[in-house]
Write a protein that binds this ligand. Structure first.
Ligand code: NAD
Length: 294
């Protein structure tokens, strides 16, 4: 049976490390990382993501500003708000929770964030830095995947990696990151137009699936002993008892466990790592601002 890579356990280890770093920063320099979370409107999923981020930041000892704005805020007012936080020296990370209401252009908003405070890593400048091997803030979900591979002792250099899905926030950046000099995997990026998806997947020493299709990857698509990272988070029903949605990944988990060497569960896999990486990026940003006196 496959070894389970627990994102919940790894998150807790990473947060412990960050808590120590924050305490040292406060003791040595009298500053702590500052994070603003901007939430527009009251989309229930966004409210719950933001409150988890806020809680985690406070637990780590960050200076945390929770800035909730009404759903009808104008695009110009939101851009002005971002400009204010760009200029605020106590803020090292700016997070705008997506999605935004339809009257606001998300690209404009992402592009308005100072790339040196873009702890989500979505700004084109940071994605460009990633591409040329000058990583500043890696996007949080791909960073979490890489951390899971490293901390679970999965060999990456020379490994055949197959990434299913080519989104800007998961598939494309993780493909670039793992193929980068120093990490040295051989990466294949597959998608909806790929011929023989199963054949590609079967060659993978590391199979990363971010398609958003429940149960897409069947056990016969998995090379025996491979490490499988399931990024998918799909709502497949509602649990009347807990009052919570039932979630499933993109991999047929129970059957895959019989073939894979290591595998991540859903929930409790990549999801918890994403928040840990957001916190890590904010600490990195605070350190960078300290070192460069900005
Ligand atoms: P997306 O929804 O923007 O795009 C999906 C990608 O998968 C596309 O590139 C598409 O070509 C590919 N794809 C879809 N169906 C396919 C199929 N049948 N065969 C091959 N390729 C296929 O992607 P996203 O935003 O990266 O999200 C993917 C999944 O990951 C979703 O379930 C999402 O909820 C989840 N997700 C989880 C986290 C986390 O923190 N755990 C973060 C981001 C996304």
């Amino acid at each position: 049976m496959a070894e389970i890579i627990s994102g919940t356990e790894l998150r807790s280890a990473i947060l412990d490390e960050l808590r120590t770093e924050v305490a040292a920063m406060r003791a040595e320099h009298g500053i702590v990382p500052g994070l603003v979370t901007i939430l527009v409107g009251e989309n229930p999923a966004s409210v719950s993501y933001v409150s988890l981020k806020v809680r985690t930041a406070l637990e780590l000892g960050f200076h945390e500003v929770q800035d909730n704005q009404p759903a009808d805020i104008s695009e110009a007012d939101l851009l002005a708000l971002i400009a204010r936080y760009n200029a605020d020296p106590a803020i090292h990370g700016i997070l705008v929770q997506l999605p935004l209401p339809p009257h606001i252009d998300e690209t404009k908003v992402i592009n308005a964030i100072d790339p040196d405070k873009d702890v989500d890593g979505f700004h084109p400048v940071n994605l460009g830095r990633l591409l040329i091997g000058d990583e500043r803030f890696p996007p949080c979900t791909p960073a979490g995947i890489r951390e899971m591979l490293i901390r679970s002792g999965t060999p990456i250099a020379g490994a055949e990696v197959v990434v299913v899905g080519r989104s800007n926030i998961v598939g494309k950046p993780i493909a670039v990151m793992l193929g980068q000099k120093g990490t040295d995997a051989t990466v294949t990026l597959v998608h909806t137009r790929t011929k023989d998806l199963a054949g590609h997947c079967r060659r993978a020493d590391i199979l990363i699936v971010a398609a958003g299709v429940p149960g897409l990857v069947r056990p016969e698509w998995i090379k025996p002993g491979a490490t499988v990272i399931d990024v998918g988070v799909n709502r497949i029903g509602f649990n009347e008892k807990t009052g919570k949605p039932m979630l499933s990944g993109d991999v047929a988990f129970a059957e895959a466990c019989k073939v894979a060497g290591k595998i991540t569960p859903v929930p409790g896999g990549v999801g918890p790592m994403t928040i840990a990486m957001l916190m890590k990026n904010t600490v990195l940003s605070a350190k960078w601002h300290l070192a460069t006196n900005r």
